[in-house]
Design a protein around this ligand. Structure first.
Ligand code: ZN
Length: 163
């Protein structure tokens, strides 16, 4: 998951090969775009951009490995809670327009699994969900549902500003 704190295409930092991944935008917002050549020139300027990007790349690798472990060891409800917390931290809003199908894609689970997990959260009053509008009603409750992975992945856990 990438938000205001990061960037897509981080592999251009360490590889000149064409990217093998694509990015999907799930929540609307604005972003900046830079060519690979301009990106590499910025790195070579030596004004600290490289150190910031390397720090972000380390955080990104941590996210990938932690989310993989989370997918193996934790329940769909715990993973949904982590994912929601990571998302609202990035969009800085408690209301998100997103379908359960899209959430299922992000979590790598069946939509039915998201329906059950989100239903339990809604029954508990942690969220409201209606026709693609998800509202976080009780962040503290979601934090109690989330596994320890959120603490590892939370934005700003090291108080770092990358870019
Ligand atoms: Zn987890």
């Amino acid at each position: 998951m990438i938000g205001f704190e990061g960037m897509g295409g981080i592999t251009a930092l360490v590889s000149s090969l064409p990217a093998v991944h694509s990015l999907n935008v799930s929540v609307s917002g604005s972003a900046l775009r830079v060519s690979t050549d301009d990106f590499r020139r910025a790195i070579l300027r030596g004004d600290g951009v490289e150190q910031s990007l390397l720090a972000y790349a380390g955080e990104y690798i941590t996210q990938i490995s932690q989310r993989f472990a989370c997918a193996v060891f934790h329940t769909t409800e715990q993973r949904l809670a982590v994912w929601l917390l990571l998302l609202i931290d990035r969009v800085k809003d408690d209301v998100i327009q997103i379908t359960q199908e899209r959430i299922a894609e992000h979590l790598g689970v069946r939509r039915a699994g998201v329906t059950v997990a989100a239903g339990a959260m809604q029954d508990a009053g942690a969220i409201s969900y209606r026709r693609g509008n998800l509202r976080v009603n009780d962040r503290k409750m979601i934090e109690t549902i989330a596994c320890e992975c959120y603490g590892t992945l939370a934005v700003g856990r090291q108080q770092t500003t990358y870019i």
